[in-house]
Design a protein around this ligand. Structure first.
Ligand code: ADP
Length: 268
């Protein structure tokens, strides 16, 4: 119970900090309307888990002599604080991406390393739904950028493919290079997206089914983060999908030419 309360306090402090940060970051770069929108969205999103935690804390206090109820409330508090922590982390990441010039920390990065790291880290959630992660293709290609950010972006796509697919299906990750561009695509056999939703999924906090996204640990910020990371690397992310037939998200990045490699600092 002590850990939960410490975790909860930390998450709440971080939430307050974020509201300040969101206010600050956007002040100089966005119009007043967009700024107010973002702050309103962030406040709204943070209020749900913060409100739930506060109610659960009250319930916990009044059920001190009922061990089964204490365990039940503590478990739910744990879940809500984990959700709050994920939300806080994604908001910080997005805020950071909106302000950084990624090329300042850029290196030549092997795209195969990005794919294998992202796939390795998504292995557990895939196993929990008996989803097979299949990697296909290979490209002798380097891109110029921040390896950790690229892994984060690809991981968001793979985790979504797993999250929005039924059990016992396959998620494919394909790599290819063509015309100076490296493409990494993530294909699932999930529920797919309607044309209207396809237009909006990259917006901050947009979810087709908010309850489902929350239930499965989504924050509604994953695809915004992907879009920003890819744009910061001079690339683009596209989506093909049909309801009932699954989705393919593709990241395309400019390939570093052989002759440029001498002047690009090596990967970390
Ligand atoms: P979330 O944290 O809710 O997953 P994202 O920004 O990553 O937020 O995605 C926004 C919404 O797009 C999701 O809530 C979901 O409705 C939809 N979505 C994302 N990826 C997929 C996918 N592979 N298949 C179907 N729907 C998806």
């Amino acid at each position: 119970q002590g850990t939960i309360i410490v975790q909860m306090r930390a998450a709440m402090l971080a939430a307050e900090y974020i509201l300040l940060l969101a206010d600050d970051r956007t002040e100089f770069t966005r119009t007043e309307e967009v700024r107010n929108d973002f702050v309103a969205n962030v406040s709204h999103e943070l209020k749900t888990p913060v409100g739930a935690i506060s109610l659960l804390a009250e319930a916990l206090e009044s059920s001190a002599d009922d061990p089964a109820a204490v365990r039940r409330f503590a478990k739910r508090m744990h879940k809500e604080s984990a959700r709050l922590a994920a939300l806080v982390q994604d908001i910080i990441e997005l805020s950071r991406l909106q302000g950084t010039n990624v090329t300042q920390q850029a290196r030549a990065v092997d795209i195969n390393t990005v794919v294998s790291e992202a796939v390795d880290r998504s292995q557990l959630p895939a196993e929990s739904k008996n989803i097979e992660l299949v990697v296909g293709g290979h490209a002798d290609a380097m891109v110029y950028g921040d390896q950790d950010l690229l892994v984060t972006a690809l991981r968001n796509l793979i985790d979504n493919a797993i999250r929005y697919s039924p059990e016992n299906t396959r998620v494919g990750v394909g790599i290819r290079s063509k015309d100076g561009l490296v493409a990494v695509s993530v294909t699932d056999q999930g529920e797919g997206l309607s044309p209207e939703d396809q237009e909006r999924v990259f917006e901050r906090f947009y979810r087709v089914d908010a309850a489902r996204s929350r239930h499965t640990g989504g924050t509604g910020l994953g695809l915004s983060i992907v879009k920003h990371v890819v744009a910061n690397h001079g690339g683009e992310v596209t989506l093909w999908s049909k309801p009932g037939q699954g989705s393919t998200f593709t990241i395309r990045l400019p390939e570093v030419e052989d002759q440029d490699l001498d002047t690009v600092p090596p990967a970390r």
